[in-house]
Design a protein around this ligand. Structure first.
Ligand code: GLA
Ligand code: ZN
Length: 677
């Protein structure tokens, strides 16, 4: 949990790196930040080399000055542990800290997120630094959160990681025979007789090209191992801080749909989830919402922190378009609409050197408050002041859970066949986008979540079904839940071995179908099918399936090719519930049409009537429901307010019914919940 005991309002601020500037400039920074309503700064993110000039010296004198100044100016601190980039002297003295790339290239000192997670040097010095910091600042009340490292990421293929991989495998499989069986090493004569024969899967061994592997089982295990290894690095730092400061609130900044790290596992180790939101200008609003919902989902629905966003522009995209006037405000509220209880930026002040000097900041190179960006930041600062603690303690309620799963992501995209166009985020996104555009709240969930909370659980492309997961689904549906899945689901178990007996394997009885074959179409070709009298494309993959108890839901099956007439959409009554199956991939119109029907059948009610490019979400506690209404277009829109109450941004009273919402504007209505009699 975010530590609300120290907060009166949504924390507003972000990364501040005064160590990059002469001290005489700091007072002016403070003046400007206060003018903008900033009340929290993240300090010390990349200061390892500054604090630790050599193996035995820790020098906090400069950081002390900064902490003192920030405190004097009434701001809170999110204290980073500075381990996101190691010092040059350390790399020179202990080269084991340097990573090795998939092609075998040993890195030299440089960059960041550059430490090997299996390096004894890193594992000694990183927690040591975190511990020294915690000891030094244990009584510092202005520190309201601890921020470990920065955007943990990447991977390593060095000899130490290889040794650790073998240990991880021994723990998982216990015997070499079990491992051979799990990976099906009889294929291409890969049988292992000794653990030391196992090498890391990379471009020197089983991998080639972009994500291709000879052995999916090995490669998935490597991904699991690497995610766990990097998580161990987080945990080592967390534990030393916890030991020193038992009530510390500890996090690290995550990155939304970041493939290499299994964030469901990560979030279990974090006091609160925080993340960095950097969409590109052409991302749809639903894409951004989906990432926020994932970040809420990994934390089991708890509010999260928006740790970073740019106030205006990034520097690392191919074309770094400015956020248009109003967009920074809109996207800040969008984060809150999906569960964020902070609004924070990278960064407070633009640096003058290196690769981020053209990244947006609250304080620009101009150095004063007379900029468009500063004005927008300051205006939002005032609004957040007015909103105060209104949203604290509110959560998102949803009748729809969508299963997101990292193992499944890795497995599906390592798969050789059936289509190179199959991308988990895209297929998942088709369902999410339709639901979001129709104003349903959606929770992103895992198999650890309580399915019984949901009227509808959707698992697009659930390719891997681990032992026991089919049982969870079976129970849920038996007891009256509704489950939906798609083509290329249920094929394999946890080590990527196919479940024989017919697809979709373990899900076959629940769905009441047998998928005999799967056809792939290139991007410019497709099949067709009818639903509700409309014709839709059947893109990319088409299941050739037989009904084994399920009823067809499409008009007359596929309309083209040799499997013309075979069913595309089915529903199976199973126990008290229903299991829906979608045998192909289609377009947005189809998903809207289909999912609105299914939601109707299952009694899932949208928050509000659709208005194009306008998003509606809710957050609530026992007494109040807050409706967020966000106009993502630049034009004014006619909408129907689903409820009356007080707009907590303006303080004005509003009544339900037709109104105009200005381009890029936001309304947050606080309504009293009906008393339950
Ligand atoms: C990430 C990092 C920051 C900064 C920004 C730039 O989120 O955490 O240090 O580099 O990107 O967009
Ligand atoms: Zn390594």
């Amino acid at each position: 949990m975010i530590d609300y005991s120290k907060l009166k309002k949504i924390p507003y601020g972000g990364d501040y790196n005064p160590e990059q500037w002469p001290e005489k400039t700091w007072d002016e920074d403070m003046r400007l930040m206060k003018l903008a309503g900033i009340d929290i700064v993240t300090l010390n993110v990349f200061s390892w080399a500054a604090i630790q000039p050599d193996e035995d010296t820790y020098d906090f004198s400069k950081l002390d000055k900064i902490v003192k100044l920030v405190k004097k100016n009434g701001m809170n601190i999110c204290m980073a542990t500075a381990t996101g980039a190691h010092p040059a002297w350390m790399a020179k003295k202990y080269p084991d800290i340097l990573r090795v790339e998939s092609g075998g290239l040993k890195r030299k000192f440089g960059g960041r997120q550059n430490s090997c997670p299996s390096s004894v040097t890193y594992k000694k010095f990183a927690p040591k630094l975190a511990g020294e910091l915690a000891r030094h600042y244990r009584d510092e009340k202005s520190i309201i959160a601890w921020h470990i490292s920065n955007e943990f990421s990447g991977d390593c293929y060095c000899d130490n990681c290889e040794k650790q991989f073998r240990i991880w495998l021994k723990n998982r499989y216990k015997t070499i025979d079990k491992l051979n069986e799990a990976w099906d090493t009889a294929f291409w004569g890969h049988t292992f007789y000794d653990w030391d024969e196992i090498v890391i899967p990379d471009e020197r061994s089983e991998h080639w090209g972009d994500n291709r592997t000879v052995f999916q089982g090995i490669s998935i295990d490597y991904r699991r191992f690497m995610s766990d290894s990097i998580l161990d690095c987080y945990k080592m730092e967390r534990d030393v801080i916890r030991e020193m400061i038992p009530d510390a609130s500890i996090t690290t900044n995550l990155m939304g749909f970041y493939k290499p790290l299994d964030y469901f596992k990560w979030a279990k180790e974090m006091d609160f989830v925080s993340w960095d939101n950097y969409p590109s200008v052409d991302d749809s609003y639903a894409q951004i919402s989906m990432a926020h919902d994932l970040m809420r989902g990994i934390g089991q629905g708890e509010p999260f922190a928006l740790m970073e966003q740019t106030p205006s522009v990034t520097n690392w995209q191919p074309y770094n378009a400015l956020k248009r006037p109003g967009v920074m405000r809109l996207w800040s509220y969008q984060a809150m609409a999906h569960g964020s209880d902070t609004v924070m930026f990278f960064q407070m002040k633009r640096s003058i050197g290196a690769c981020e000097k053209y990244h947006g900041a609250v304080i620009d190179h101009a150095g004063h408050e007379n900029t468009r960006v500063f004005r927008e930041v300051a205006e939002l600062g005032k609004e957040l002041e007015n909103i105060g603690d209104n949203l604290f303690g509110t959560v998102t309620k949803s009748d729809i859970g969508m299963i997101w799963d990292w193992d499944n992501w890795w497995a599906m995209e390592f798969s050789a066949g059936p289509s190179c166009d199959l991308k988990y985020v895209n297929e998942f996104g088709r369902y999410y986008r339709a639901l979001r555009q129709m104003n349903y709240n959606v929770d992103l969930i895992s198999f650890d979540s309580d399915f019984s909370k949901y009227k509808l659980v959707i698992a697009p492309v659930l390719y891997m079904v681990r032992t026991g997961e089919d049982e969870i689904i079976r129970e849920y549906v038996k007891n009256g839940g509704s489950f939906m899945t798609t083509f290329f689901s249920g094929y394999v178990q946890e080590s990527d071995l196919v479940i024989t007996g017919g697809y979709p394997g373990r899900l076959r009885d629940i769905l009441g179908i047998w998928v005999e074959e799967e056809d792939a179409y290139p991007k410019d070709k497709c099949n067709h099918f009818g639903y509700n009298g409309e014709e839709y494309p059947a893109n990319m993959l088409c299941d050739l399936m037989h009904l084994e108890g399920a009823a067809p839901m499409d008009d007359d099956g596929y309309r083209d090719d040799f499997y013309k007439g075979m069913p595309v959409l089915t529903v199976n009554s199973f126990g008290e519930g229903r299991a829906y199956y979608v045998g192909t991939s289609s377009n947005d119109e189809f998903y809207m049409d289909y999912l609105s029907d299914i939601c109707g059948r299952e009694g899932v009610v949208p928050i509000a009537e659709c208005a194009e490019e306008v998003e509606f979400t809710t957050r609530e506690n026992d007494k109040f429901r807050y409706y967020f209404i966000l106009n993502h277009s630049a034009e004014d829109k006619q909408i129907k307010l689903p409820a009356g109450g007080t707009d907590i941004i303006t303080g004005n009273d509003v009544i339900a019914g037709d109104i105009t919402i200005k381009g890029r504007d936001v309304i947050i209505i606080k309504t009293q919940k009906q008393a339950v009699i």
